[in-house]
Design a protein around this ligand. Sequence first.
Ligand SMILES: Nc1ncnc2c1ncn2[C@@H]1O[C@H](COP(=O)(O)OP(=O)(O)OP(=O)(O)O)[C@@H](O)[C@H]1O
Ligand SMILES: [Mg+2]
Length: 456
Amino acid sequence: MKVEEVKSIVKTQRISAHSHIKGLGLDENGFAIQAAAGLVGQEQAREAAGVVVDMIRSKKMAGRAVLLAGPPGTGKTAIALAIAQELGNKVPFCPMVGSEVYSSEIKKTEVLMENFRRAIGLRIRETKEVYEGEVSELTPVETESPAGGYGKTVSHVIISLRTAKGSKQLKLDPSIYEALQKEKVEVGDVIYIEATSGAVKRQGRSDAYATEFDLEAEEYVPLPKGEVHKKKEVVQDVTLHDLDAANAKPQGGQDVLSMMGQLLKPKKTEITDKLRREINKIVDKYIDQGVAELVPGVLFIDEVHMLDIETFTYLHRALESAIAPIVIFATNRGRCLIRGTDDVYSPHGIPLDLLDRLLIIRTIPYNRSDMEQILKLRANTEGLEIDPDAITALGEIGTKATLRYAVQLLTPAHLTAKINGRSNIVLADVQEVGSLFLDAKSSAKILQENKDKFMS
Ligand SMILES: Nc1ncnc2c1ncn2[C@@H]1O[C@H](COP(=O)(O)OP(=O)(O)OP(=O)(O)O)[C@@H](O)[C@H]1O
Ligand SMILES: [Mg+2]
């Protein structure tokens, strides 16, 4: 199994609407502070989420599932993301939306399984023979290209590494030179090179260089102690999906079509069930040997009512397996039809046997003052100035429609303000955009009233 070259593949999330959220905002006893870490109100749900976080941290949650249930715009997605923030970046958190399973190219269960494995972490501790130090010299040595012509190729690279104890000059293969370039290693960086694989890891800039003027946020690290050539414990956090992807063979085949496929998508790899089983076996072995440790993370499935009976069944079975993450679902549906069936209705559109094993966290609609506080927070995060009576008006809109709708009106209201040559949003801007757009409820009402005028 490949481990050295595994790069973590984190799903990019669209969280801009929740960028003000930094955590659950609980005190040291686990009680919710009315407004903290970007969250306002919804105290009970936040406290319950805090208990879930504690259980995840103490590893008592693997294979369990939690459901966040409540009306639209009551902070379910926000709370799930706050849980992710509380867990920190060492615990995998894989967010997805129920409808993601419907792809024309990939099987539904395959999408689920991939995300499942993105949510299970593995911490691998290995003692490796390394060369570590601050780079004090880095010189590629070129020779005439053997093919003749004008080209020159790097035949080797001379690198000097310095520690508090001494320094060493190494002559390295061109392949390692490429690795150094990939990591953008320069003189003054602290790096280590693995003796057996030649893998290069840049740890940061040596803090001897910290006084230099620099623009980028750099991580400064101290000059390593000890010898340059030594044994070092290397800790690596990866997910099972990272391992699957790194060990998958590029799709190979003799026929022209698959060759074309390779040309068009050179990175396309295939992860099969067989490969996953192999990886699991090796992972088990690593765990037995004490080299690796499982870190069950969180698979967050938002809008879970979008899943159908087939995926629910699969998910239920996957939760039973020995290696499973914690699954957090969210939905704003009440009793509804389970997708993929003709007439099976159930609470939240989730099959009863799965529902039975869930811990349910309820979110409730916000009151006026909570809503105004959240709107102010959002305006702040987006760098918008807004008058108090404009906030009041938005709060009113929020109680009639949803908080989400009121939050969304901030941007057009700001544009209207700008058009009118103002930098702050005033009451008139809110009234104007309020009259331009419809919220879902009013739109539905208009549809109902004018049924005969629409095509159906
Ligand atoms: N308690 C809160 N504190 C601060 N911001 C919040 C809070 N609750 C919700 N928000 C913000 O309000 C907006 C709507 O909330 P969110 O998307 O979490 O609702 P939801 O319950 O997931 O709704 P839906 O059922 O429609 O998915 C988001 O921008 C969210 O960050
Ligand atoms: Mg949501």
